[in-house]
Design a protein around this ligand. Structure first.
Ligand code: FAD
Ligand code: NAP
Ligand code: FMN
Length: 582
């Protein structure tokens, strides 16, 4: 077994470091287990509730780490999503840890929405018996950094709960600060309760062992297939990718996402270096790579950081940028920045110069991009598939491309390699009950996980009915996976397929148009226990589909708008309304 290494620059005190080493060694030596009610029920150890709000698994992973640490300290962890915690039950909880990410524009992740609704309500109960600590995950690239965690933290205090320790807000490199937080809070609870440091019994239900492949250590996979799905005449370029898993041991389930570690466009790297007027081979303080390598592999040069934008504004005389930054008009600033990269900012004033170290200090680390997996490992365990829209546009006399989507499209030919890892999305799964109906709404690349779901249900021989709403701009050029969907229909796997091609007629026709037309049947599928899934664009489509769903229930269930709202909340509580939207 490889020894776990805590970097010397990790932000731990000596005590935390010693405790963490012991904890990691303990964790490493046993299978990770799913925590849950079983932990507390089977033990007389003091309980600690660990609640997570998580869309792509990061917060859930930290919650599981905290549960392992709690168990090792003789506590009995009870882990669940925030939405699984009844607000009335919170009045009996004595020790509470909350780990949550933030989504949308400073909003709760999907599995924390109902909890937040109840917690923030005027009539929310007092919870003075409770001691709590909050860890917030986020990304400083978004406005409303860690907003969900901040709101929960404030509200718990307002309701009378006592904060055990100050909230920690983590940026994209959350692993070390999260581990430090776990190392701080768990012993505090354990010390208070006088818990017996002999580990509490582990929960019985085994879960998938954590993969060795992650964002810091991606698996270098061979791209076996890189094929364009969009046909001639399409305004889009949607591509199908198949990554070979070979002997990686990498496992995934339909509904998971795949992280892809991109490499920046070398032409953009060279242009940035030439604009800076520095030697590409320049050394950078504290780094063992040259400037050119760092700009290719380590730093985001496509989307400028807030820090770089602010520094450039100070140094160049650009009235427009100064006006936008000083007047705090976020929408206007976003519109101005839309499509602009680091080179555009440097070119605002060709005489602008930075020292190499100063410049790299203003860049954010290059991050992986997530993609919904479009295959089921039950259909083919040797590969994992993606369905990716290449981001391309032009401006300022240059052709521009999204980092990861064009890295895959242009710079990884079939036979080439790309760094990948699985990002589990445990809540986005086909129904556990194979006989339950499944309704999927996935226009554009939003169809990706539903291709996986159909493969999964076919492989399981699931008897439940399946219904897909799909669409894009034109049937002739944008009906991706047409042959496969027809085959699913012919095989009796896809029972209903409603198509909405938005630009084939004068009036726009969207997936929600079809939902309304088929409202009667849609409602009856829900009444039969159907699960409703949405994937794709979050900013417009998912909101409109949600409105359409409420309307269908209102009309065909003969309900008031309030009752339809309650019906939808129940679907969420029962995990029958699940979304994978971004
Ligand atoms: C969990 C999850 C699952 C996802 N699944 C999928 C999927 O299955 N398929 C898929 O295709 N995507 C999916 N996405 C989106 C994906 O992660 C990337 O965001 C997307 O591919 C763009 O990444 P990029 O690196 O190519 O572009 P980036 O380098 O991130 O560039 C994006 C930026 O380009 C600029 N831009 C984009 N279009 C234009 C334009 N027309 N004009 C001017 N500027 C523009 C904007 O500034 C935008 O912010 C998913 C996202 C998440 C979080
Ligand atoms: N897993 C994911 O979460 C995921 C997957 C894929 C894509 N994405 C993101 O979603 C975005 C779009 O991706 P895409 O190119 O595949 O598809 P898209 O732009 O969403 O387009 C697909 C279809 O949806 C239509 N549409 C536009 N507005 C709509 C609305 N309000 N309601 C319903 N349908 C609407 C489009 O019509 P018109 O163009 O004619 O208006 C088009 O016919 C991107 O930002 C991408 O990053 C996320
Ligand atoms: C579409 C999208 C929107 C996001 N919005 C925010 C945001 O408004 N504020 C923030 O701090 N982080 C935001 N994030 C970052 C996530 O909170 C962060 O990646 C977190 O680690 C995800 O954790 P999870 O996997 O547990 O959901 C966003 C991420 C995505 C993909």
């Amino acid at each position: 077994m490889t020894a776990l290494f805590i970097p010397s620059d990790a932000p731990f005190s000596t005590d935390q470091r010693a405790w963490l080493s012991g904890f990691l060694a303990g964790v490493q030596s046993r299978l990770f287990v799913t925590a849950g009610a079983a932990d507390a029920a089977s033990s007389s150890a003091p309980s600690v509730h660990i609640l997570y709000g998580s869309q792509t698994g990061n917060a859930e992973g930290v919650a599981e780490d905290a549960a392992d640490a709690a168990r090792a300290q003789g506590l009995a962890p009870i882990v669940s999503s925030l939405d699984d915690m009844d607000i009335e039950k919170l009045t009996t909880v004595q020790r509470l840890l909350v780990v949550t990410s933030t989504y949308g524009e400073g909003e709760m992740p999907d599995n924390a929405e109902l909890f937040w609704e109840a917690l923030s309500a005027e009539g929310a109960p007092r919870i003075e018996q409770c001691e709590f600590a909050v860890l917030a995950l986020g990304d400083t690239g978004y406005d409303g950094f860690c907003q969900a965690g901040k709101m929960i933290d404030t509200r718990l205090e307002q309701l009378g709960a006592r904060r055990l320790t100050a909230r920690i807000d983590c940026d994209v490199d959350y692993e070390d600060p999260a581990a430090a937080w776990v190392a701080e809070v768990i012993p505090m609870f354990a010390a208070e309760t006088g818990a017996d440091a002999a580990p509490a019994p582990a929960a019985a239900k085994p879960k998938r062992a954590r993969s060795q492949w992650n964002r810091k250590n991606p698996y270098s996979s061979t791209v076996a297939v890189n094929r364009c799905l969009s046909k001639t005449g399409s305004a889009k370029e949607i591509r199908h990718y198949e990554f070979a898993l070979a002997d990686s041991g990498l496992e995934y389930e339909a509904g998971d996402a795949l992280g892809v570690m991109p490499i920046n466009d070398p032409a953009l790297v060279d242009s940035v270096i030439s604009q800076l007027g520095v030697d590409p081979e320049s050394a950078v303080a504290g780094q063992d790579r040259s400037l050119r390598e760092l700009l290719a592999y380590n730093f985001e040069i496509r989307t400028p950081s807030h820090e770089l934008i602010a520094e450039v504004e100070k140094r160049v005389a650009n009235d427009e940028l100064s006006h936008l930054l000083r007047h705090g008009d976020k929408e206007a600033l976003d519109a101005w920045l839309w499509g602009k990269d680091v080179l555009d900012l440097l070119q605002l004033d060709p005489s602008l110069r930075f020292e190499v170290d100063e410049f790299t200090g203003l860049l954010r680390p290059l991050q992986h991009r997530a993609y919904s997996i479009s295959s089921s490992s039950k259909a083919d365990p040797s590969t994992v598939h993606l369905t990716v829209a290449s981001v391309r546009h032009s401006g300022g006399g240059r052709e521009r491309g999204g980092v990861a989507s064009t890295f895959l499209a242009d710079r990884v030919a079939e036979g080439g390699t790309a760094g990948i890892f699985v990002s589990p999305n445990k809540s986005f799964r086909v129904p556990g009950d194979d006989s339950a109906p499944m309704i999927m709404v996935g226009p554009g690349t939003g169809v990706a996980p539903f291709r996986a779901f159909l493969q999964e249900r076919k492989a399981r021989g699931a008897s439940g009915k399946n219904w897909l709403f799909f669409g894009d701009q034109h049937r002739a050029s944008d009906y991706i996976y047409e042959e496969e969907l027809t085959q699913f229909s012919d095989d009796g796997v896809l029972h209903r397929l409603d198509l909405a091609f938005s630009r084939d007629q004068a009036e726009k026709v969207y997936v929600q148009t079809r939902m309304a037309e088929q409202g009667k049947d849609l409602y009856s599928w829900l009444e039969e226990g159907g699960h409703f899934y949405v994937c794709g664009d979050a900013s417009r489509m998912a909101k409109d589909v949600d409105t359409a769903l409420h309307k269908v229930i209102e009309v065909h269930g003969a309900m008031s708008a309030e009752a339809a709202g309650e019906y939808v909340s129940n679907l969420k509580r029962e995990k029958r309304y699940l979304r994978d939207v971004y």
